[in-house]
Design a protein around this ligand. Structure first.
Ligand SMILES: CC(=O)N[C@H]1[C@@H](OP(=O)(O)OP(=O)(O)OC[C@H]2O[C@@H](n3ccc(=O)[nH]c3=O)[C@H](O)[C@@H]2O)O[C@H](CO)[C@@H](O)[C@@H]1O
Length: 458
């Protein structure tokens, strides 16, 4: 029986990646074991096929067309109520779960640690995870049934994410209803298809994209857990949207009514430069064209009304039917390729920080499941109640812009509940998700806005 070291060497020789053991003789026993384990955990057949096939998703010659959306505001109030009732019925029956993809690296934000642990600077100083947990708690309490929460991490942030939840008592959720699972990683490749080392004893690995979510859910037992609980719809969302209405009953109701395997919430994009994917039809199938891949002509194209022709923005707020997930768990989604500046160890053992893009990273995207459905339900909502992504340190899509949107939304809830505008003037209003999920039930809280009586006066 060959040793693990011999197995690793044979694997590398078979795939022409022998450079990974170049510094092996210089390593300590621990580092040697670590590196060998890392090599043996990689799928070199997959890596070879990615390196040889190159970009498969850009689809430059694909036919792109707009897709039809249902505008929530155009449903009459009777229909809206029916959808809402349907959503609540499914929540009460325990047929809805939530999946947050939280495995990405928060590099653009400059935040150390998992992005969900980020405090966006609200008066309460709640982290993104806490806001989401409390929205789930609100729904679960009203439905009388917990919404199970599936939390996708990556090897880099898994332990820290789990620790954060434990330290905060899972923010009041039952630990049994929080299912943590790790996504896969893939190595960075140089222009010749060589796997790069990040250190002499470590391969340069990065999360393989949120499109790994269903395969990872299945590998970890999460899908079996969903089935055991009878979850029929899985609400998928990004970790970084401060306004996310996790497991939104209205959306669940609309998705269940039309009963396509996938439903997606969109808003209208007005700035062609906004960094959001576009929900559309590609070669006649439902699809998202990512903002990094859309042709400039399409990005700017206007329709007869002068609006952007491709304006339905992917918010990464989706509902997937469980039977669809099961059928397509291991679908061979295309890889999207990013040419990046990736630090690496050169042949002499020196760590090089390149000035120019030198290597490729590979990711699968969750929306590449869309074309596997014949039809999807597209629901058009209003930006101000749905989407405040936190991507950058400052400016657009930053903590500051997200706070502004959250204060504006919560202010609008109080106005709608009958609080006079002058009482809200110049106030930063944050309403706990434990008090209100989407603006409901605020009439009782009006007195809390009254100025405190001055001492000595009644
Ligand atoms: C590929 C993808 O989804 N693109 C969407 C994403 O873009 P965007 O460029 O914002 O995507 P991010 O890189 O922020 O990743 C989106 C989410 O996926 C998670 N993640 C990412 C990579 C990974 O390997 N594992 C993982 O869990 C991140 O933690 C994050 O929660 O959100 C936008 C809305 O805000 C959409 O308009 C984009 O179409």
């Amino acid at each position: 029986m060959p040793s693990e070291r011999e197995q690793a060497a044979a694997l590398l020789a078979a795939y022409g990646q022998e450079q990974l053991l170049r510094f092996y003789p210089q390593l300590s026993a621990d580092s040697r074991d670590k590196l060998i384990r890392e090599i043996l955990s990689l799928d070199f057949e997959l890596i070879k096929s990615i390196a040889h096939n190159g970009p498969s998703a850009a689809g430059d010659d694909a036919v792109i067309e707009p897709v039809q959306a249902y505008d929530w505001d155009k449903f009459d109030s009777g229909e809206q109520r029916r959808f809402e009732r349907k959503g609540w019925e499914l929540l009460r029956q325990g047929k809805v779960g939530a999946l947050v993809v939280a495995g990405g690296q928060g590099s653009r934000l400059g935040h150390e640690g998992p992005k969900g642990t980020f405090d966006i600077g609200l008066p309460s100083h709640k982290s993104l995870f806490q806001l989401q947990a409390e929205r789930l708690i609100n729904l679960s309490a009203r439905a009388g049934r917990a919404v199970p929460w599936y939390i996708m991490t990556s090897p880099d942030n898994h332990a820290e994410t789990v620790r954060f939840f434990k330290e905060h008592d899972h923010f009041g959720c039952a630990p049994d209803d929080c299912f943590f699972f790790e996504q896969a990683v893939l190595p960075a490749l140089d222009v010749h298809g060589n796997v790069l080392l990040a250190a002499k004893d470590r391969i340069n690995l990065a999360p393989s994209g949120n499109g790994d979510c269903f395969a990872a859910l299945a590998r970890s037992g999460g899908l079996a857990d969903m089935k055991r609980r009878g979850v029929e719809w899985l609400f998928y969302y990004n970790v970084d949207n401060a306004l996310i209405k996790v497991a939104d009953p209205l959306f669940v109701g609309v998705a269940a009514h039309f009963n396509n395997p996938i439903a997606t919430k969109v808003i209208e994009k007005t700035d062609p430069a906004e960094k959001v994917g576009i929900v559309c039809l590609k070669n006649g199938r439902p699809a998202v064209v990512e903002y990094t891949e859309i042709a400039d002509s399409l990005r700017h194209e206007a329709d007869v009304q002068g609006k952007l022709k491709y304006r339905l923005a992917n918010l990464s707020i989706q509902l997937f039917r469980t039977d669809f997930i099961e059928r397509h768990t291991n679908a061979q989604l295309p890889f999207h390729i990013a040419h990046k500046k990736i630090p690496f160890i050169d042949e002499t053992g020196a760590l090089i920080a390149p000035d120019e893009p030198n290597a490729y990273k590979f990711e699968r995207h969750h929306f590449d499941f869309f074309p596997l459905a014949d039809h999807i339900t597209v629901l058009l909502m209003k930006r101000e109640s749905e989407f405040a992504p936190i991507k950058n340190k400052a400016g657009e899509d930053s903590p500051e812009s997200a706070r502004r949107m959250l204060f504006g939304l919560h202010r609008s809830w109080l106005l709608a509940a009958g609080v006079p505008a002058e009482r809200l003037k110049d106030r930063e209003i944050e309403i706990s998700p434990l008090v209100s999920y989407a603006g409901e039930g605020l009439e009782h809280f009006k007195p809390e806005l009254d100025p405190k009586p001055e001492p000595g006066r009644s």
